[in-house]
Design a protein around this ligand. Structure first.
Ligand SMILES: Nc1ncnc2c1ncn2[C@@H]1O[C@H](COP(=O)(O)OP(=O)(O)O)[C@@H](O)[C@H]1O
Ligand SMILES: [Mg+2]
Length: 257
C-alpha cells in the first residue's frame, strides 16, 4: 500500500484538485484507492459528492472509534468510483489540535507521539487498498505532519508567485525534520501548478524554481480543470486530446504512477 500526501502550507495552489485527479486516475486504472480529507474545509469530500455533519476523524485518530465508522463511499456511480472509498472531513476537524491536547496522556501511552497517530491507524486497520491519497489543509499543523509521517511520498503543488516559492522553504524544513526523525523513506516532488506559460514572469519564476529544486512537468491553468471539479468528471475520463488530461498523464507518468 502506497500512501501519498498532497501538501503545501499555502492555500489555493491546487492541492485538492491534484488529490481529486490522482485518486480518480488511480481508480480508473483499476487500483483500490482510499481518499482521506484532512482539511476541515472539506472541499475534496464535496468533490466526491459527500457532505457530512460531523466527522469522527479526531475520534478515530485518538482510538475511540474504528475505521469502519469513518469510511464512506463516494456519492457518484460509475466504474471508477467503485474503486474509491473516502474518509471525509467536516468543520469539526478544525478542533483536531485541541482534541489531541486533551487526549495527550492516552496518545503518549498508545502511539508515543501524536505525529504517529495516522500512520498507526492505517497500519492497525490492515486496509486492502493499493493507494491512500491524503489532502491536507494549508498550514503546517498536526494534520500535515501526521500525513507526512504516514506517507511514502509527498506531492507539493507550487504556483509561480514569489510568495508561494518562499513558503516552500518552511515546508522543506519540516519535511527534512520528519525525514530525519520519523520517516527516512519519505520522498517529495515539487509540481508547478496552475501555470500560465504565456506569462513571461511565470516562465522566469518556474525557471528559478527548477534551479533550486528538481521539479516535475507542470500542470497548466485551464478553465477545463475547474469544470472537471464542478461537473465531477475527472480529466482521466476526458478525451485523449483534452489539455487537462494530457498535462496530468505526463505528470503521473513522470512520477511512475
Ligand atoms: N490547473 C488548474 N487550472 C485552473 N484552475 C485550477 C487548477 N487547479 C486548481 N484550480 C482551481 O483553483 C482553485 C484552488 O484550487 P484548490 O485545488 O482548491 O487549491 P488548494 O487545495 O491548494 O487550496 C479552485 O477553484 C480550483 O478549482
Ligand atoms: Mg484544498
Amino acid at each position: 500500500m502506497e500512501v501519498i500526501t498532497i501538501g503545501n502550507n499555502k492555500g489555493g495552489v491546487g492541492k485538492t484538485m491534484q488529490c481529486y485527479q490522482l485518486a480518480c486516475y488511480l481508480a480508473n486504472k483499476g487500483h483500490k484507492v482510499l481518499v482521506i480529507d484532512l482539511d476541515s474545509q472539506a472541499n475534496l469530500s464535496s468533490s466526491f459528492g459527500i457532505q457530512i455533519q460531523r466527522t469522527l476523524v479526531p475520534e478515530w485518530l485518538i482510538g475511540d472509534v474504528g475505521v469502519e465508522d469513518v469510511i464512506v463511499k463516494p456519492e457518484m456511480t460509475g466504474k471508477l468510483y467503485k474503486n474509491i472509498k473516502i474518509i471525509p472531513a467536516s468543520r469539526h476537524l478544525a478542533n483536531l489540535s485541541k482534541l489531541l491536547i486533551l487526549s495527550e496522556g492516552e496518545i503518549r501511552k498508545e502511539a508515543g507521539r501524536k505525529e504517529r497517530l495516522l500512520k498507526k491507524r492505517l497500519q492497525d486497520a490492515k486496509l486492502e487498498f493499493d493507494y491512500v491519497v491524503i489532502d491536507t489543509p494549508p498550514m503546517l499543523g498536526d494534520e500535515l505532519i501526521m500525513a507526512l509521517v504516514a506517507s511514502n511520498r509527498v506531492l507539493i503543488p507550487t504556483q509561480a508567485q514569489d510568495y508561494s516559492i518562499d513558503g516552500l522553504e518552511e515546508l522543506m524544513d519540516t519535511f527534512e525534520i520528519i525525514k530525519e526523525t520519523e520517516n527516512p523513506e519519505l520522498e517529495f516532488s515539487i509540481i508547478p501548478s496552475m501555470v500560465n506559460p504565456r506569462r513571461k514572469i511565470e516562465r522566469v519564476r518556474m525557471e528559478e524554481l527548477s534551479q533550486s529544486f528538481q521539479t516535475t512537468p507542470m500542470i497548466r491553468n485551464l478553465v477545463q480543470m475547474q469544470e472537471s471539479i464542478s461537473t465531477r468528471r475527472p480529466v482521466c475520463i476526458m478525451g485523449a486530446k483534452s489539455a487537462g488530461r494530457i498535462d496530468y498523464d505526463i505528470l503521473w507518468k513522470s512520477l511512475n504512477l
